[in-house]
Design a protein around this ligand. Structure first.
Ligand code: 13P
Length: 256
């Protein structure tokens, strides 16, 4: 047992219009009334953030964006600042998702700049890392994960301190949207490696407090098994977060 509160987070990616976003939030809110002990978070597309915030009302649902830029303002066509996300009602921001890294050329150096800017705005970063199939098959999983941690968290390393509220998400690229989930053993092995890395780089208290979510084809039927592992503190859910009848059972994984 540990003191970390499980977080179930939904990354909606580029899906759902305004009405669909508000309706999904309301459906989740209704189903989780009175539910304790699990943090629930949704990450809609930028344009749906204010509508989602309004739909959340006083329900216990946290709001995140899926990305941000590191500069506070200026001539950066198409970008969104941390301040804008705070104004839209966000408390969290997903950074360095593998789709950002592979499709939009985001490097760990860029993720590090974003993490720093998010912290300055009081946004809690959910920092994603994970190896490709090629890297796993070449036996390079730990090497790649370590490289991404060292690069994406450089500002924390330089400061010799990592805020314990920081959230990490281990998302093996080969398990995202493929229906192939890492087995709970495979996921636990990497989560344990990440926690050890935090302890070595920072200290045991931080390592004990930082939450590490697992992402990659999490569904109602595999959530409980994944969540039962010592170092898996929640899930970052893609496809199954778009429908209340799939997402809610993941939130209520303990009842299954
Ligand atoms: P899927 O749950 O669709 O595999 O997506 C995982 C993910 O990328 C969450 O950020």
């Amino acid at each position: 047992m540990n003191d970390r509160t499980v977080m179930i987070a939904g990354n909606w990616k580029m899906n759902l219009n305004l009405d669909e976003s508000a309706n999904l939030v309301k459906a989740i809110a209704e189903e989780i009334q009175g539910l304790d002990g699990v943090d629930v978070l949704v990450a809609p597309p930028f344009t749906s953030l204010p509508a989602a915030k309004q739909a959340i009302g006083d329900a216990r649902i946290l709001l995140a964006a899926q990305n941000m830029y590191w500069e506070p303002d200026g001539a950066y066509t198409g970008e969104i600042s941390g301040q804008m996300l705070v104004e839209a009602g966000c408390s969290h921001v997903i950074l360095g998702h593998s789709e950002r890294r592979s499709l939009f050329g985001e490097s760990s150096e860029m993720v590090d700049l974003k993490v720093k800017a998010a912290m300055l705005m009081g946004l809690i970063p959910i920092i994603c890392i994970g190896e490709t199939l090629e890297a796993r098959e070449a036996g390079r999983t730990f090497e790649v994960v370590k490289e991404q941690l060292e690069g994406s968290l450089k500002n924390f390393i330089d400061e010799h301190s990592m805020p314990p509220s920081t959230i990490l998400a281990y998302e093996p690229v080969w398990a995202i949207g493929t229906g192939k989930t890492a087995t709970p053993e495979q996921a636990q092995e990497v989560h344990h490696f990440i926690r050890q890395w935090i302890e070595e780089r920072f200290d045991k208290d931080t390592a004990d407090l930082v939450r590490i979510l697992y992402g990659g084809s999490v569904k109602p039927d595999n959530a409980k098994d994944l969540m039962s592992r010592q170092d898996i503190d929640g899930a970052l859910v893609g496809g199954a977060s778009l429908k209340a009848d799939l997402f809610v059972p993941i939130i209520k994984y303990q009842e299954s």
